[in-house]
Design a binder for this molecule. Structure first.
Ligand code: MN3
Length: 200
């Protein structure tokens, strides 16, 4: 089985002006595509060929000889989730706000933690809202490069890409501006609500 680049679930202009057509074309058609192509190449001679993306991520994590496979599999997974988790100007329902408030103190505190954590990723990486099944807790954590909650045995709920390629065209070096625009205008709250309801 080879992996195919999953199409964007919307048009290139669907997230404008907060994430421009130019950014989506570069980010999806070039960066995301490269991860998929590299993954397929690296899997040609690997025992992991034919496994699902999740199985490959878990099996290759922290194995130095499988580092390339891990990075490209995880980045493929991360971007598929990232595209699906965005939609222009949706609002979190009271139910979603209540669930987040239970775990973070208030919805505002969740927002602060998500933006603060993503701001503090040093270099390339992601911040994720994640669920830990053993403690039954939601939390926000930062991850370097392509590492994600799945690799650490947690459930990814909502991830934000802070690699420079995700914001440099639209925000230059101003990562905090990108994060504020993302949180306030680009999160698909229906998607988040579905993910949170699936934990019940
Ligand atoms: Mn990216």
């Amino acid at each position: 089985m080879t992996f195919k680049l999953e199409p964007l679930p919307y048009g290139y202009d669907a997230l404008s002006p907060y994430m421009s057509e130019e950014t989506l074309k570069l980010h999806h058609d070039k960066h995301h595509e490269t991860y998929v192509n590299n993954l397929n190449k690296l899997l040609e001679d690997s025992d992991l060929k034919g496994k699902t993306l999740k199985e490959i991520i878990v099996a290759s994590y922290k194995k130095p000889q499988l580092e390339g496979i891990f990075n490209n599999a995880a980045q493929n997974y991360n971007h598929i989730k990232f595209w699906k988790s965005m939609k222009l100007n949706t609002k979190p329902s009271k139910e979603v706000q209540d669930i987040l408030a239970q775990h973070f103190g208030s919805f505002e505190k969740f927002k602060e933690k998500m933006i603060d954590t993503a701001t503090k990723v040093f270099g390339s990486g992601w911040a994720w809202l994640e669920y830990d099944e053993s403690s039954k807790k939601l939390d926000v954590n930062k991850y370097p490069n392509g590492v994600n909650p799945l690799a650490e045995g947690k459930k990814p709920i909502l991830g934000i890409d802070v690699w420079e390629h995700s914001y440099y065209v639209d925000y230059r070096n101003k990562r905090p501006d990108y994060l504020k625009a993302w949180f306030e205008n680009l999160i698909n709250w229906e998607y988040v609500e579905k993910k949170l309801n699936n934990l019940k």
